[in-house]
Design a protein around this ligand. Structure first.
Ligand SMILES: Cc1cc2nc3c(=O)[nH]c(=O)nc-3n(C[C@H](O)[C@H](O)[C@H](O)COP(=O)(O)OP(=O)(O)OC[C@H]3O[C@@H](n4cnc5c(N)ncnc54)[C@H](O)[C@@H]3O)c2cc1C
Length: 369
């Protein structure tokens, strides 16, 4: 029963689980209900993939970086870094349904069309609620996943199933930092004997992430303000607005952030990654030094690998993305925000464990925070 017990005692009971689904889709033992990871049966395996892939089990982040990224690219604040761009989708029909500038949808679609990937694991939701992981193999399926849900679905269960089926051989994955870390743990330790064809992971697209929210809590909060079925979009504007915005038709309902922060998923309090440092490229809303109003509807894109750069260059050449010059202080602002999340995550882990908990093998990275 060790396998079940380790995940249960080290991750789920202390409140570290992010609900990413990395432990699911491989066996009948683990599943998910309403965003919560559930163990259906005890298991006797000591070395199950569920433990090995979980982003909240101890991880040597430095070794993982050394294996997949160029040492000279690593910035202490935001991880592997080649360049920063401000972009948005050139196609206005993508922008209309997107969270910010639609760069993610446009790049995943281009990656599919140009053979970088042959399918993509994405998240589809109705106006940000009740999201589910999907495996998309056509442009229209990718477009149907535009927009962000602040509930975290166990989308990596879908990836695990696809890797076992071995039908697609270059799968793209879009995910928050917890998910992309789990994907790199899969790539570092493919357990072919367990049928996990991690060599079929083709490209990783990271999303910047502040935190995710409790499923039931967000549904209740939304239902108190409006009919959840009518909400087409949710977003968190910069901190000075102190709000969660619910969009319904042409109307925006502003929810005080004080009502939202108690709903932050427990596992997110122990996360130190804001920019999805394990990815070929990472995308967030543009919150550059010039301010939200100037850059609203644009994305910041961090390129981390040669493959990420090739895709971005192709997007420029083919006119898939529009570009504007990042403001002078944009990178520094991003580094500052990222360090803020690292400090908070470390502080919370120290309060919980008296040390660095699952980050202990990477202690050198967090010294002095
Ligand atoms: C929980 C969460 C918190 C975030 N916090 C921040 C933040 O603090 N700062 C910031 O700049 N950006 C944050 N983002 C990212 C931001 O919301 C946008 O996704 C990003 O800017 C890309 O915008 P876009 O218009 O290019 O995306 P789109 O073109 O609209 O594409 C969005 C993509 O996100 C995927 N997706 C949607 N919901 C989820 C989910 N719950 N889990 C995994 N994938 C999902 C979809 O599959 C889709 O491919 C967050 C995203 C999520 C999901």
């Amino acid at each position: 029963m060790l396998s079940t017990i380790a995940l249960d005692t080290q991750v789920i009971r202390p409140g570290l689980c992010t609900g990413c689904g990395a432990c699911q889709g491989m066996c009948p033992y683990w599943g998910s209900a309403g965003g919560r990871t559930v163990c259906y049966f005890d298991c006797e395996r000591k070395d199950g993939c569920c433990q090995q892939f979980c982003p909240r089990m101890p991880t040597d982040l430095e070794a993982l970086r050394r294996r997949f990224f160029q040492a000279e690219d690593i910035l202490p604040e935001i991880g592997p870094f080649r360049s920063l761009y401000l972009t948005r989708a050139a196609d206005s029909s993508i922008r209309r349904n997107a969270q910010h500038g639609g760069s993610m949808t446009a790049l995943v679609e281009l990656a599919l069309q140009e053979g970088f990937i042959d399918a993509a694991v994405l998240t589809r939701s109705q106006g940000g609620l009740n999201p589910e992981g999907v495996l998309a193999a056509a442009a229209e399926d990718i477009r149907a996943c535009s927009g962000s849900s602040f509930q975290i679905p166990p989308a990596l269960a879908v990836l695990n199933q696809a890797l076992r089926e071995d039908r697609y051989h270059s799968i793209g994955v879009v995910g928050t930092p917890c998910k992309t870390l789990a994907v790199y743990k899969m790539m570092a330790k493919p357990l072919a004997e367990d049928g996990c064809h991690a060599e079929n992971i083709g490209m990783v697209f990271g999303l910047f992430c502040g935190w995710g929210l409790d499923w039931d809590g967000l549904m209740e909060l939304t239902a108190k303000r409006t009919d959840p079925k009518q909400v087409s979009h949710m977003d968190i504007p910069p901190s000075k607005y102190h709000a969660l915005e619910l969009r319904e038709g042409g109307k925006t309902i502003s929810v005080d952030l004080d009502d939202v922060t108690p709903l932050v998923r427990s596992g997110c309090h122990y996360c130190t990654d804001m920019t999805a440092e394990f990815a070929d490229l990472s995308i967030g809303g543009a919150r550059s030094a010039d301010g939200w109003d100037v850059d609203k509807g644009w994305n910041q894109v961090i390129i981390r690998t040669e493959k990420g750069q090739r895709l971005l260059d192709l997007a420029r050449k083919k006119g898939v993305l529009e570009f504007k010059d990042p403001s002078a202080g944009g990178l520094e602002k991003l580094k500052g925000a990222s360090m803020g999340k690292k400090r908070t995550g470390v502080k919370n882990l120290q309060a919980l464990t008296g040390g660095l908990g699952y980050l202990e093998p990477s202690a050198a990275l967090f010294q002095g925070l």
